[in-house]
Design a protein around this ligand. Sequence first.
Ligand SMILES: Cc1cc2nc3c(=O)[nH]c(=O)nc-3n(C[C@H](O)[C@H](O)[C@H](O)COP(=O)(O)O)c2cc1C
Length: 207
Amino acid sequence: MELLHLVATPRTNGSNTLRISKVFIEGLRKKYPELKITTLDLFQTEIPAMAGDKIETKYLIMQGGNLKENFTATWTEIESFIGGFMRADMYLISAPMWNFTIPFVLKYYIDTIVQPSYLFKYLEDGTPVGLCDGKMVVIKTSGSDYSNPPLSYLDFHEPYLRGIFGFCGITDIHFISAYNMDITPEIREQSITSAIHDQVPGILAQL
Ligand SMILES: Cc1cc2nc3c(=O)[nH]c(=O)nc-3n(C[C@H](O)[C@H](O)[C@H](O)COP(=O)(O)O)c2cc1C
Protein backbone atom coordinates (compact mmCIF):
# COMPACT_ATOMS: atom_id res chain seq x y z
CA MET A 1 0.00 0.00 0.00
CA GLU A 2 1.34 3.43 -0.95
CA LEU A 3 0.66 6.84 0.54
CA LEU A 4 1.44 9.87 -1.59
CA HIS A 5 2.28 12.82 0.64
CA LEU A 6 1.95 16.14 -1.17
CA VAL A 7 3.78 18.88 0.72
CA ALA A 8 2.50 22.35 -0.15
CA THR A 9 4.32 24.56 2.35
CA PRO A 10 7.78 26.04 1.76
CA ARG A 11 8.44 26.20 5.53
CA THR A 12 10.43 23.01 6.07
CA ASN A 13 11.49 24.09 9.58
CA GLY A 14 8.80 25.58 11.74
CA SER A 15 5.87 24.66 9.53
CA ASN A 16 2.65 24.44 11.51
CA THR A 17 1.11 22.13 8.91
CA LEU A 18 4.09 19.76 8.87
CA ARG A 19 4.13 19.52 12.69
CA ILE A 20 0.64 18.04 12.62
CA SER A 21 1.46 15.99 9.50
CA LYS A 22 4.45 14.39 11.25
CA VAL A 23 2.27 13.11 14.11
CA PHE A 24 -0.33 11.89 11.63
CA ILE A 25 2.30 9.99 9.60
CA GLU A 26 3.74 8.40 12.77
CA GLY A 27 0.24 7.16 13.65
CA LEU A 28 -0.30 5.86 10.14
CA ARG A 29 3.02 4.01 10.19
CA LYS A 30 2.01 2.33 13.45
CA LYS A 31 -1.29 1.28 11.92
CA TYR A 32 0.20 0.14 8.61
CA PRO A 33 3.85 -0.91 9.20
CA GLU A 34 4.19 -1.98 5.55
CA LEU A 35 3.01 1.38 4.21
CA LYS A 36 5.23 2.88 1.53
CA ILE A 37 5.32 6.66 1.80
CA THR A 38 6.25 8.74 -1.24
CA THR A 39 6.77 12.42 -0.49
CA LEU A 40 6.39 15.01 -3.21
CA ASP A 41 7.57 18.39 -1.98
CA LEU A 42 5.81 20.69 -4.41
CA PHE A 43 7.99 23.72 -3.59
CA GLN A 44 11.11 21.67 -4.40
CA THR A 45 9.84 19.98 -7.55
CA GLU A 46 9.91 21.24 -11.10
CA ILE A 47 6.37 20.65 -12.23
CA PRO A 48 5.71 20.81 -15.99
CA ALA A 49 3.57 23.78 -16.98
CA MET A 50 0.27 23.28 -18.74
CA ALA A 51 1.40 25.48 -21.61
CA GLY A 52 3.03 25.27 -25.06
CA ASP A 53 2.60 21.91 -26.79
CA LYS A 54 1.30 20.35 -23.56
CA ILE A 55 -1.80 22.53 -23.64
CA GLU A 56 -2.22 21.61 -27.34
CA THR A 57 -2.08 17.93 -26.42
CA LYS A 58 -4.58 18.41 -23.58
CA TYR A 59 -7.12 19.95 -25.96
CA LEU A 60 -6.43 17.23 -28.51
CA ILE A 61 -7.25 14.57 -25.91
CA MET A 62 -10.36 16.45 -24.75
CA GLN A 63 -11.61 16.68 -28.32
CA GLY A 64 -11.02 12.98 -28.98
CA GLY A 65 -8.01 13.44 -31.27
CA ASN A 66 -5.67 10.66 -32.26
CA LEU A 67 -3.35 10.48 -29.33
CA LYS A 68 -0.66 8.29 -30.86
CA GLU A 69 -0.01 10.36 -33.97
CA ASN A 70 -0.05 13.65 -32.16
CA PHE A 71 1.55 12.59 -28.94
CA THR A 72 4.39 14.93 -28.13
CA ALA A 73 7.50 13.93 -26.23
CA THR A 74 6.77 16.48 -23.52
CA TRP A 75 3.43 14.84 -22.71
CA THR A 76 5.32 11.89 -21.21
CA GLU A 77 6.49 14.32 -18.50
CA ILE A 78 2.84 15.00 -17.63
CA GLU A 79 2.14 11.27 -17.71
CA SER A 80 4.88 10.55 -15.20
CA PHE A 81 3.28 12.99 -12.71
CA ILE A 82 -0.13 11.46 -13.40
CA GLY A 83 1.34 7.96 -12.91
CA GLY A 84 2.82 8.98 -9.57
CA PHE A 85 -0.59 10.17 -8.43
CA MET A 86 -2.63 7.24 -9.78
CA ARG A 87 -0.27 4.64 -8.30
CA ALA A 88 -1.03 5.70 -4.71
CA ASP A 89 -3.74 4.05 -2.62
CA MET A 90 -3.99 6.86 -0.10
CA TYR A 91 -3.24 10.58 -0.16
CA LEU A 92 -2.04 13.09 2.41
CA ILE A 93 -2.00 16.76 1.50
CA SER A 94 -0.21 19.18 3.84
CA ALA A 95 -1.43 22.60 2.75
CA PRO A 96 -1.74 25.85 4.68
CA MET A 97 -4.31 28.40 3.61
CA TRP A 98 -2.83 31.07 1.37
CA ASN A 99 -5.08 33.99 0.50
CA PHE A 100 -8.18 32.00 1.38
CA THR A 101 -7.27 29.04 -0.80
CA ILE A 102 -4.46 26.53 -1.46
CA PRO A 103 -0.83 27.59 -2.10
CA PHE A 104 -0.15 28.17 -5.81
CA VAL A 105 2.16 25.16 -6.17
CA LEU A 106 -0.65 22.79 -5.27
CA LYS A 107 -2.93 24.39 -7.86
CA TYR A 108 -0.09 24.16 -10.41
CA TYR A 109 0.30 20.45 -9.61
CA ILE A 110 -3.48 19.91 -9.90
CA ASP A 111 -3.46 21.65 -13.29
CA THR A 112 -0.74 19.21 -14.38
CA ILE A 113 -2.29 15.93 -13.22
CA VAL A 114 -6.03 16.46 -13.71
CA GLN A 115 -6.26 15.35 -17.32
CA PRO A 116 -9.15 13.87 -19.30
CA SER A 117 -8.98 10.13 -19.91
CA TYR A 118 -6.50 9.80 -17.02
CA LEU A 119 -8.13 11.21 -13.85
CA PHE A 120 -11.62 11.69 -15.30
CA LYS A 121 -13.55 11.11 -18.49
CA TYR A 122 -16.80 12.27 -20.05
CA LEU A 123 -19.59 9.89 -20.98
CA GLU A 124 -21.21 10.39 -24.39
CA ASP A 125 -23.92 12.60 -22.88
CA GLY A 126 -21.26 14.84 -21.30
CA THR A 127 -21.53 13.47 -17.76
CA PRO A 128 -18.13 13.54 -16.09
CA VAL A 129 -16.90 10.37 -14.38
CA GLY A 130 -13.97 10.28 -11.95
CA LEU A 131 -11.35 7.60 -12.61
CA CYS A 132 -9.54 7.78 -9.24
CA ASP A 133 -10.31 6.26 -5.88
CA GLY A 134 -8.68 5.92 -2.48
CA LYS A 135 -8.81 7.89 0.71
CA MET A 136 -7.47 11.40 1.15
CA VAL A 137 -6.52 13.34 4.26
CA VAL A 138 -5.85 17.07 4.09
CA ILE A 139 -3.97 18.79 6.89
CA LYS A 140 -4.76 22.47 6.73
CA THR A 141 -3.63 25.36 8.92
CA SER A 142 -4.55 29.02 8.73
CA GLY A 143 -3.78 32.29 10.47
CA SER A 144 -7.44 32.96 11.34
CA ASP A 145 -10.48 30.83 12.12
CA TYR A 146 -12.82 29.98 9.24
CA SER A 147 -14.94 27.39 11.02
CA ASN A 148 -17.86 29.78 11.61
CA PRO A 149 -19.26 33.09 10.33
CA PRO A 150 -18.25 35.82 9.71
CA LEU A 151 -15.12 34.34 8.03
CA SER A 152 -16.40 30.92 6.95
CA TYR A 153 -17.50 32.21 3.53
CA LEU A 154 -13.85 33.02 2.76
CA ASP A 155 -12.69 29.41 3.00
CA PHE A 156 -12.06 28.42 -0.63
CA HIS A 157 -9.44 25.87 0.45
CA GLU A 158 -11.55 22.98 1.73
CA PRO A 159 -14.43 23.33 -0.80
CA TYR A 160 -11.95 23.51 -3.68
CA LEU A 161 -10.03 20.37 -2.68
CA ARG A 162 -13.26 18.47 -2.00
CA GLY A 163 -14.55 19.66 -5.37
CA ILE A 164 -11.58 18.88 -7.60
CA PHE A 165 -10.69 15.52 -6.06
CA GLY A 166 -14.36 14.52 -5.68
CA PHE A 167 -14.75 15.25 -9.41
CA CYS A 168 -11.85 12.85 -10.03
CA GLY A 169 -13.53 10.13 -7.91
CA ILE A 170 -11.87 10.66 -4.52
CA THR A 171 -14.87 11.37 -2.32
CA ASP A 172 -13.53 9.90 0.92
CA ILE A 173 -11.75 13.08 2.06
CA HIS A 174 -11.03 14.01 5.68
CA PHE A 175 -9.81 17.41 6.87
CA ILE A 176 -7.67 18.08 9.93
CA SER A 177 -7.87 21.85 10.43
CA ALA A 178 -5.85 23.97 12.83
CA TYR A 179 -6.98 27.59 12.96
CA ASN A 180 -5.61 30.75 14.59
CA MET A 181 -1.94 30.05 13.83
CA ASP A 182 -0.98 33.72 13.71
CA ILE A 183 -2.78 35.33 16.67
CA THR A 184 -0.40 34.58 19.60
CA PRO A 185 2.12 31.74 20.19
CA GLU A 186 -0.09 30.43 23.03
CA ILE A 187 -3.19 30.26 20.85
CA ARG A 188 -1.18 28.59 18.06
CA GLU A 189 0.16 25.91 20.44
CA GLN A 190 -3.31 25.29 21.82
CA SER A 191 -4.74 24.87 18.34
CA ILE A 192 -1.93 22.55 17.13
CA THR A 193 -2.20 20.46 20.31
CA SER A 194 -5.94 20.22 19.85
CA ALA A 195 -5.55 19.12 16.19
CA ILE A 196 -3.01 16.45 17.24
CA HIS A 197 -5.01 15.11 20.19
CA ASP A 198 -8.63 15.71 19.18
CA GLN A 199 -8.61 15.31 15.38
CA VAL A 200 -5.70 13.06 14.32
CA PRO A 201 -6.76 9.90 16.28
CA GLY A 202 -10.33 10.07 14.99
CA ILE A 203 -9.20 10.34 11.36
CA LEU A 204 -6.61 7.56 11.76
CA ALA A 205 -9.36 5.31 13.10
CA GLN A 206 -11.31 5.82 9.86
CA LEU A 207 -8.44 4.83 7.55
C1 LIG B 1 1.36 33.87 1.32
C2 LIG B 1 0.55 33.60 2.55
C3 LIG B 1 -0.82 33.81 2.51
C4 LIG B 1 -1.60 33.54 3.63
N1 LIG B 1 -2.95 33.73 3.55
C5 LIG B 1 -3.72 33.45 4.64
C6 LIG B 1 -5.14 33.60 4.56
O1 LIG B 1 -5.72 33.93 3.54
N2 LIG B 1 -5.84 33.35 5.69
C7 LIG B 1 -5.27 32.96 6.86
O2 LIG B 1 -5.96 32.75 7.83
N3 LIG B 1 -3.93 32.77 6.93
C8 LIG B 1 -3.14 33.01 5.86
N4 LIG B 1 -1.79 32.82 5.93
C9 LIG B 1 -1.22 32.27 7.18
C10 LIG B 1 -0.95 30.77 7.07
O3 LIG B 1 -2.07 30.07 6.60
C11 LIG B 1 -0.54 30.18 8.43
O4 LIG B 1 0.51 30.89 9.00
C12 LIG B 1 -0.19 28.71 8.26
O5 LIG B 1 -0.18 28.07 9.50
C13 LIG B 1 1.18 28.52 7.59
O6 LIG B 1 1.45 27.16 7.49
P1 LIG B 1 2.93 26.56 7.49
O7 LIG B 1 3.57 26.99 8.79
O8 LIG B 1 2.74 25.08 7.43
O9 LIG B 1 3.61 27.10 6.30
C14 LIG B 1 -0.99 33.07 4.83
C15 LIG B 1 0.40 32.89 4.86
C16 LIG B 1 1.16 33.13 3.73
C17 LIG B 1 2.65 32.90 3.78
